[in-house]
Design a protein around this ligand. Sequence first.
Ligand code: GLA
Length: 385
Amino acid sequence: MTNTDTHAAALAETAAAAFRSTFGTEPEGLWAAPGRVNLIGEHTDYNDGFVMPFALPFYAVVAAAKADEWSFHSTYGEGETVRAQDLGGPTGGTVDGWAGYLAGVAWALNESGYPVGPTRFALHSDVPVGGGLSSSAAIECAVLIALADLYGHDIDRAEAARIAQKAENEYVGAPTGVLDQSASLLCEAGHVMFMDCRDLSREQVPFDLAAADLTMLVIDTQAPHRHADGEYAARRADCEEAARQLGVPFLRDAPKHAKLDDERLNRRMRHIITENERVLQTAALLKEGRTAEIGGLLTASHTSLRYDYEVSSVELDSAVDAALGAGALGARMTGGGFGGSAIALVEAASAQKVEAAVVDAAAQAGLPTPRVFTARAAAGAHRVR
Ligand code: GLA
């Protein structure tokens, strides 16, 4: 995967071939949207706080064309095709399962004043499913830019992120924030994106790890993340309750030394307050070219997520501890947690040693064998042709 666009284009050809064999016609175009890693700023998005994702060179791609009924074909599994005359919605929309992520975006566009009509899609993706790397947001964003192009809507990318989030929240029914869709639509190659979730204002910060002799490892623990199961919603509810008790609109607005009587709420709040601080510090260090120095902030983020926010898992802790033990400069879980992936910032020369230590630690503990790869900041969502 040396060239992101070449890779997205190759995936898109597979989607095009699937489109042809399923529908017997040519697609009108091919669109790609990436998965992401969040460098730091976890569970801050729905608290109106700061995040810092970059796009990974894994893409969901769709081949699409206008048609007279909705059809969603996927190369996943058996290569199923789901057809629907109308989209229904909101939550409990007529199309569910994987196809709901596509149908939901069409529904959300219609709801947001961007009318779109029946369309055929063939979907292909190499974003690991359940790895906490935003495989669902990648699908939503590819579908969104495809429909916008096909139906002639010029939608600002930040607004598009909100529309894709609406699809996930209201049609699919997952109460997630805006991090994943913003990352997929707005990240730029070679950059990490500092974003304020209050107004989606952002700054692209150069992120050239190789120039600093550094490597970012992504460790997919192969333990599926499970934030649809109510824990994610429970953290959101805790944050809302903490903000209510403090009398602020969001925990973003909590004073630095705020205290709450309820011990659990206090820990949740402390994570959000300190995590927002860490994002600001990370951004400042990166802008000064002091990349190696962000390691301590990444590790502090993990500790806070593990003990104060309680969204880590045995697999994630094992990966983080082993990476640090083998000399990583910093390591943390990334994404929603409860499984999924971790990241480790390492000196390029010790990448193999860290990877071996992580795999070894999992074997010792009887955990699934993690899949480890080197991350590179790739391009955001785009039309392939
Ligand atoms: C998931 C959600 C995001 C965000 C992260 C945690 O990825 O989809 O909106 O809340 O968890 O930072």
